[in-house]
Design a binder for this molecule. Structure first.
Ligand code: WT7
Length: 649
């Protein structure tokens, strides 16, 4: 890996970028040497109603984990993302909105309009009885109202929890209940790839099993006729017309929660990752500016959905805190055809473009002509996130999309980290295809030997990746379950934040993420707990037992491979396979649909009944020659059957 081809930063980047190699070295040293002083200085990136006097108050010790940044400071995130820009850039475009259908008009929302629209939404929420600390679920298409809803919550001190519009009513209901939300904000329908998802109808299904007091605010997107419950539903679009467009921002403590975002873990139900106000905003703003080398006047586009953390930090909060122009795209990369991303880049003269490896691989497979027919001369920088990018896709992205001119920032981070933890900086570092390269300021990565938990100091190194100290964007707790927070992240490797990822550090000291070391798989850049898919499968009346693992998938990165044991008397069939696929889709959402289902008369278990996933992973990878030690299996013969009938050949 250390002899992989390296791409040094271009002269133009070195000259013009916010951070060059010398500055990186000096600033990184400072950030590690004196974090208090470093982050006190960076804290000035945001406007404080009451300035902080404390900077960092952190303990990673199991049993008393606490993470506080800027704790006595007071601020409002929405005022930082909107109001403070009004004097200097009120007429500048804050959000460019590109609809699913290219025939429909794009919108340019100025900071002044953003202020008015956010205030309207905030006032409507207040009228519905939502106040500081209350939870609001956002279940929306990628339309400007989704950003207004986030910022409106921040304005009145409500805690938002966005549920990706691709999630099922059941998943939505679990999150409404888990967060004890007062209001759900949704839309009539969500157009995507030429098809409309019935969001309001899904919300109705979810709300049917929730507390009757939960209100439903409906934004009109397509104008479709939707079922209506007069007692519960509020027509936001009608109401907004007559709602005042100013609203005083609430004074928030730096450690008041800003949002909850549910994400999959290796065990049990998804957990509510909690991010707070001050440190999160400082970190999102700083990483957005420096990683993407954002300069005033640039047009910046992150293709993520606001349902994921990437959309929170790098479509809404980071860019708007920096007074940027951020593009929001409602559609998909392949509609009307595989040229759409590049057409949007050309149309809006995008300067920084940030997407996921799965999209790059899918588009690469369609041929270069879809790219080369567009004028991409505005592009200055490309970014990727979500999973390791294979060198082939990296090179295509660099050569064909970036025309060899644009650096690629391969940003490694997580829902839990709030912002980038490792990435090459475009004016400072060499790039190596597939490597996340260098820690961001204040980040102290350590590579540990997985079983002894000893730090590996020398290079090259390979092991599990932990972080030795806190940074302002770190999650603070799991919603309603601090113990689970401590157990998940601070118990396996005491004294460190455990990322769940494995990594290599090459001879040059550069970092390569090798993927999850737990039972989490990464499907098209979306995180999926294998336990979640398993519990969905066993909830089906014909399924006795299920084990789910990831396997390499050409486009998605990892695919979902399910071993299913049926109830006695049930026969495997193609119909049943389809039924189970639809069932999981329904229980969790389309992203969880099994790619391969193998009928398993039995699963390989230890004598104590523990499923040996290592073996199942090997078979799913079609690498069954080296199954390792199978001597602890209760019944070794089940393995032969699984190998013989494997689905991935
Ligand atoms: C997991 C986090 C952070 C927003 C998107 C996903 C994997 C993420 C990279 C990268 C290699 C990556 C890791 C991580 N991952 N970015 N650049 N290179 N792996 O957020 O759903 O919280 O998933 O995604 O395995 O732990 P998430």
């Amino acid at each position: 890996m250390s002899d992989a081809r390296t791409y040094p930063p271009s002269e133009a980047m070195v000259k013009g970028a916010h951070v060059n190699a010398e500055q990186y070295a000096q600033m990184y040293e400072a950030s590690i040497g004196d974090p208090e002083a470093f982050w006190a200085e960076q804290g000035k990136r945001v406007d404080w109603i009451k300035p902080f006097t404390q900077v960092k108050d952190v303990d990673f010790t199991l049993g008393k984990v606490k993470i506080n940044w800027y704790a006595d400071g007071q601020l409002n995130v929405s005022a930082n993302c909107i109001d403070r820009h009004l004097d200097t850039r009120g007429e500048q475009t804050a959000i460019i909105w590109e609809p699913d259908n290219p025939e429909e008009d794009a919108q340019h929302v100025t900071y002044r309009e953003l202020h008015a629209q956010t205030c309207k939404m905030a006032n409507v929420l207040r009228d519905q009885g939502v106040g500081k600390g209350d939870r609001v679920i956002i279940y929306m298409p990628m339309i400007p109202e989704a950003a207004y809803a986030m910022l409106a919550c921040a304005r009145i001190g409500a805690i938002h929890s966005i549920v990706f519009a691709g999630f099922s009513p059941d998943a939505l209901a679990a999150r409404i209940k888990g967060s004890e939300a007062k209001v759900v904000i949704t839309a009539d329908e969500a157009p995507r790839g030429g098809r409309n998802t019935p969001l309001k109808t899904n919300a109705d299904k979810a709300l049917a099993s929730c507390d009757a007091a939960v209100k439903c605010l409906v934004v009109r997107r397509t104008g479709a006729d939707v079922p209506w419950d007069e007692a519960r539903d509020v027509d936001y679009t009608a109401l907004a017309k007559t709602t005042p467009d100013t609203c005083e921002p609430e004074v928030m403590g730096a450690e008041d929660p800003l949002f909850i975002l549910y994400t999959s873990g290796s065990t049990g139900q998804p957990k509510g990752v909690v991010h707070t106000t001050g440190g999160y905003l400082v970190y999102a703003a700083m990483t957005h500016e420096i990683t993407f080398d954002y300069h005033d006047g640039d047009i910046y586009w992150c293709t993520a959905d606001v349902g994921w953390v990437t959309g929170h930090s790098y479509i809404v909060y980071g860019p708007l805190a920096n007074g940027a122009t951020t593009l929001m795209f409602e559609g998909v990369p392949t509609y009307p055809d595989a040229s759409r991303f590049w057409q949007v880049c050309e149309k809006h003269k995008v300067n920084q473009f940030y997407t996921a490896p799965t999209a790059i691989r899918a588009l690469m497979g369609q041929g270069n002509e879809f790219v080369t027919r567009c004028d991409l001369s505005s592009l200055k920088l490309l970014g990727t996130v979500g999973e390791p990018i294979n060198p082939e896709a990296w090179t295509w992205y660099h050569e064909v999309v970036g025309q060899g001119r644009c650096p690629i920032v391969d940003t490694w981070w997580q829902t839990e980290t709030g912002g980038h933890l490792m990435t090459p900086l475009p004016g400072a570092h060499d790039m190596k295809p597939g490597a996340a390269m260098k820690p961001f300021f204040g980040i102290r990565p350590v590579v540990l030997e997985p079983t002894s938990a000893e730090i590996i100091e020398d290079n090259p190194a390979e092991g599990v990746l932990c972080i030795a100290d806190s940074w302002p964007g770190q999650m603070r707790t799991v919603w309603g379950d601090h113990e689970r927070f401590e157990k998940t992240y601070f118990s396996d490797y005491p004294g460190y934040y455990f990322t769940g990822d494995g990594c290599k550090r090459d001879a040059d000291g550069d970092y390569w993420i090798t993927g999850r070391v737990d039972d989490v798989i990464n499907v098209s850049g979306h995180r999926m707990g294998t336990a979640e898919v398993e519990s969905a499968l066993v909830a089906h009346k014909k399924v006795a037992e299920a084990a789910v693992v990831g396997y390499p998938h050409k486009v998605k990165g990892q695919g979902i491979y399910c071993y299913v044991t049926l109830m006695g008397g049930e026969e495997p069939s193609e119909d049943l396979r389809k039924e189970l696929e639809a069932w999981v889709r329904n229980e969790i959402g389309p992203i969880a649909k099994p790619d391969l289902i193998q009928w398993a008369p039995g699963l390989p278990k230890t004598r104590s009944g523990k499923i040996m996933r290592r073996i199942l992973r090997k078979i799913a990878e079609n690498d069954y020659g080296a199954l390792g030690d199978t001597s602890t299996l209760a019944d070794p013969s089940v393995v032969d059957d699984l190998i013989e009938n494997r689905m991935n050949r």
